[in-house]
Design a protein around this ligand. Sequence first.
Ligand code: F3S
Length: 367
Amino acid sequence: MRLLVAIGDAYDASRMIKIKSSQVSGVSYKTIGDPGLEFLKEISSEGAVAKVRSMLNPAGMDLSRWRELGISEGFARKQLEIMQCFERMRIEPTCTCIPYHESNAPLRGEHVAWAESSAVVFANSVLGAHTNREGGPTALASSILGISPLYGMHLKENRLPTHLVRVKCKLNSELHYSLIGYWLGQNLESSIPRIDGTPKNPSHDKLKALCASMAASGNISMFSIGAARQHEVETVDVHEEELKDTIDLLSSDGGYEQVALGCPHLSLQEMKAVATMVSGKKMGKRLWCFTSRHIRNQAQRHGYVSSIERAGGNVICDTCIVVSPMTELGINGIVTNSCKAAHYLRSLSRVETRLMDLEECVKYALQ
Ligand code: F3S
């Protein structure tokens, strides 16, 4: 409670509000290390339990198949201890950054306290729910107390567009949405862009890519799509050139042996698309498809997992490209369709990246 009050004071919150759900980050042993584990042990041993539906961001490994994916015993032991702490606090081991694909996604106008930055943008912009970009500890405090300070994105007046973004180039694949999101995050820090000129009704998967990259390169928590309203104070145009600059920044042309999809985690539709492309073929390179356990189970029922695995790919859940110990696994170059993954792999793990859209990634993996 002291933590939430301090945050509320810092942002001049008038009071606390009840939340419907919480989503807690800081789950991977790679990111929280021993100090994080000690904190979780302490708080979970004192009897703290979640008061509202609470979910987890990705952990550092696939919780059931970590051995076959080459994770060390030492890392796995620590990761499993972290999971036990969350279990004691009755937080669901969803281990995904797309909690809106789990059951009971938040409804328009509902208040939640989510920590995964890409999911925060999706919740505010696509679902119409209200959440600030929580940190792991504040989301955990909100889980236990069922409340959050009333400030920022919880207030209607802070949700109005600040910039009009006129798209002057074609946005076809999810990679284009990821590129434009990354550019917006870099150039319109902390804004609320209204994006005009996208094709009509972009798919949830394209919006998912947009949300993730704008949150990775900047501090954007919300956007909207459509023609100008009267609130925007500034207009910005985005051309082909800006997308090319972003590719140049995040993509080198190495012939890497590892292809990774699923940042954010793959949806069922995307799993289907990959399965269809690889069905009856054989991988020439390693293909990793990251998704949630919830979606993996659905994909398994549809036969998508077996199609991918028969072709030599791996469907990995509970973790992601960024929070798993990539360098420990000896990987130094990755082909991916995600600007967010490229951003963090380059900056945090010193792993080289090459960007292609999902279809090109799969074709590349098959060569
Ligand atoms: Fe999700 Fe990991 Fe990317 S949490 S958005 S897959 S960096």
